[in-house]
Design a protein around this ligand. Structure first.
Ligand code: 13P
Ligand code: SF4
Length: 394
């Protein structure tokens, strides 16, 4: 996690009303030079200033489009570090991307380190030899360096909206047809749960077709023997989201007992046991679309971050659709929560005065390869804006 120096005291002394007024006037002043992006997990008082809201990938794509159409010069990303990096990768070099609080990282993204990934790759490919093609696929929630690694080794990025499509592409050999008798495997990182849930929805057995790769395991091959390695199709990096892991299978049982007929929809970062008990899994955008299409009178329990669920609950109540959190646990993404009105105003004040603060700039070589991995994803997913909502295979 990067360190965010404290803000000048006047920002923390302002009331919410003063902050909101000042942000509005800075936005007006910066006009079409500025695009503010807000991830669905942001707090209401930040999201109200977003020009666009969306899931992690949709936002970066929108930034790229908006920059092109309106000639914007500055993107302010109300989200977390890997999202701002993706926006920097997808926008021209003369556009700046700022993250209002540098402490807004993602614990999951930090679980896949470049050296560990390289080491895993060497071990796996040496053990398997040329008879097996290993395709590295990374979830959007990882550093630009990991995206670049995937780009350099014939792999691609995926999001929680399109992971199934990317897996199908990789299982067919990726960009090159498989050679005769050549086997294929996916090294998926950093979220073991998204990997397991998606592979299971494609019909793969979590026990026999998947193994966890623990980069911190003291033994070679992460403690797997070569037979295990040959048997499985998916090597799932031992990473997880500390927010989504709070949802437990018993929460699904409890809500079904309390609310007969409830539909349970969870983010695929939840563990397999939860995803299996749910009616559907979907990205943040997928969850929102599923509930927006729900008939009046329906009831939904949602397993994802609390700010998004509360907002969805308030909006849906107007249509007679009842939405609540899957559990009473405080499933709050504490790093997303770091972005608040004082940090947003400080960022905009500086931009208006010609200073770019908290700029997120990806190294050009890393950007080149990460873009290859992102572009592969775009090519594979003909309709990247249509999030997949998966129904678990029971
Ligand atoms: P989405 O891409 O579904 O918005 O997920 C991002 C995220 O960080 C979920 O924890
Ligand atoms: Fe990362 Fe989890 Fe927060 Fe998403 S909810 S940004 S995966 S820590």
């Amino acid at each position: 996690m990067l360190w965010q120096p404290p803000l000048p005291p006047r920002y923390t002394a302002m009331s919410d009303e003063q902050l909101a007024k000042a942000i509005t006037s800075r936005k007006e002043q910066l006009g079409s030079n500025l695009v503010i992006l807000g991830h669905h997990y942001q707090q209401d008082d930040v999201i109200q200033f977003a020009d666009f809201t969306g899931d992690s990938f949709k936002l970066s794509q929108l930034a790229a489009q908006r920059v092109k159409q309106a000639g914007a010069k500055h993107v302010v990303f109300a989200g977390v570090h890997f999202m701002a990096e993706s926006a920097d990768i997808l926008t021209p070099d003369n556009v700046t991307v700022s993250l209002p609080d540098l402490g807004a990282g993602c614990s999951m993204a930090d679980m896949a380190d470049h050296d560990d990934t390289n080491d895993a790759w060497q071990q796996i490919t040496n053990a398997l030899g040329n008879a097996t093609r290993v395709i590295p696929i990374c979830y959007m929630n990882c550093t630009a360096a990991i995206k670049a690694f995937c780009g350099q080794h014939g792999g691609a990025v995926c999001t929680s909206s399109n992971c199934d499509k990317i897996f199908r592409w990789a299982l067919a050999g990726g960009d090159e047809p498989l050679k005769e008798n050549q086997d294929v495997k996916i090294l998926f990182l950093p979220d073991q749960h998204l990997g397991r849930n998606t592979a299971a929805a494609l019909g793969y057995d979590p026990v026999t077709a998947m193994a966890v790769w623990d980069p911190k395991h003291p033994e070679p091959l992460s403690g797997l023997d070569e037979d295990d390695l040959r048997r499985v199709t998916f090597l799932l990096w031992k990473g997880h989201c500390s927010v989504h892991k709070l949802f437990r299978p018993e929460h699904v049982d409890q809500i079904r007992a309390q609310w007969p007929g409830v539909k349970v929809i969870v983010h695929p970062e939840c563990c397999y046991e939860v995803a299996q008990k749910a009616d559907m899994t979907g990205s943040t955008e997928g969850i929102i679309k599923a509930i927006q299409a729900a008939p009046p009178g329906s009831r939904w329990a949602v397993g994802t971050e609390v700010h998004m669920v509360n907002r969805l609950a308030n909006e849906s109540a107007k249509r007679g659709v009842t939405v609540r959190m899957l559990s009473d646990c405080q499933c709050l993404c504490t790093t997303m929560y770091r972005i608040n009105m004082p940090h947003l105003l400080w960022t905009l004040d500086n931009l208006a005065e010609g200073n770019v603060v908290n700029q997120i700039k990806v190294d050009p070589e890393v950007k080149h390869w990460a873009l290859i991995a992102l572009n592969r994803m775009l090519k594979i997913t003909a309709q990247p804006d249509t999030p997949s909502v998966l129904v678990p295979q029971n």
